[in-house]
Design a protein around this ligand. Sequence first.
Ligand code: 2HG
Ligand code: ZN
Length: 465
Amino acid sequence: MTHPAVIDELMTLVDPGKVLTDAASLEAYGKDWTKHFPPAPSAIVLPKTIEQVQAIVRWANANKVALVPSGGRTGLSAGAVAANGEVVVAFDYMNQILGFNNFDRTVICQPGVITRQLQAFAEEQGLYYPVDFASSGSSQIGGNIGTNAGGIKVIRYGMTRNWVAGLKVVTGKGELLELNKDLIKNATGYDLRQLFIGAEGTLGFVVEATMRLDRTPRNLTAMVLGTPDFDSIMPVLHAFQGKLDLTAFEFFSDKGLAKIMGRGDVPAPFETACPFYALLEFEASTEEVANQALATFEHCVEQGWVLDGVMSQSETQLKNLWKLREYLSETISHWTPYKNDISVTVSKVPAFLRDIDAIVAEHYPDYEVVWYGHIGDGNLHLNILKPEHMGKDEFFASCAKVNKWVFEIVQRYNGSISAEHGVGMTKRDYLGYSRSAEEIACMKAIKAVFDPNGIMNPGKIFAPE
Ligand code: 2HG
Ligand code: ZN
């Protein structure tokens, strides 16, 4: 734990009352949405300015204190968990939108801007911020950049990375760098901006971000389609992609739907029970597009790929269909799930899922398994639910044993052990299944350049040595 005199010094660097050490704050700010590691930070500090962030970093270097960056703490890989006496740097008071350029379609955000705040701001300007996920109401832009957050619209709009025009960062040495200066074209060597995106706060702090906006989509319309088996989902994707520009293509299993129905507040899509469901979305900008979607649906039914389906006819129906997918993660959190967030190239998905499913069925015969994910971009979420009677530690330990086999399959398919949630602490021991020893050595060397004393979020991405 950090010495009290050192914490007293920290208090002089920020506004009065902006260093918290009470038990409730340590508990709340020390963890994210994972339940693996008990939080144990020394203190929480809430800077208001870039200069204060720089002062905190210099103080941390001088006193050899580890810092953990903290946004909305909605992460699912323990990237923002402070379990070892670190000081948490939280950006709740750097939450302003500082500027908007209508011509460039860019917004300057402080790191604590909530994703939904940016989306609402874009809407007020008649524009659109397209990166979206279930935690948009709490996640912060700085955290989204730290994990290169993905979500439900990646098939059309890509990850957070695609929307970052420029960054201001404070490195682990305390220097302020202005990266890319919001340019579209910039061919001046290494793009350091990209290194900080997805770095999980291991290189420094994002203290300002210029985010791009897009035009507002026209008449977004969703379809939920029930399929007779998993293998039918891919030809459905292929058929719709051949005819429409999809903005989303998600899937979930019957077990996932059952959990959503168990809530009692979401209408069923249709009566027919199906083992798998696809949710797709597109812009029904003209009647012709809507007719094309219906014709494709009929084609899929004729081929035997789809058993039943529904298309939204209003904004309310669109929202209700999305709840079937968007509420899944929060709904099953009741069962303390063991999560895997894995990806392969889209063409490999059916064989990949079959191989993983076989391993899971063999090793977890007594556990309930819920599959869902962003199948249009090759990202599958595998959730193993904890039996009610079993202790959390025993359950996680038994699931961790199977990781090795799951990740061997990921490696064999040239996939990723984390598609969008990040490595954090939950995946750090498995990084070698997705990155070569040479790559990991390069990554560590890069960290040493920006953070020579190793004060920035130690133990995240890489296992402690
Ligand atoms: C989602 O796609 C989130 O809903 C959470 O990425 C995934 O709960 C999960 O495993
Ligand atoms: Zn996801």
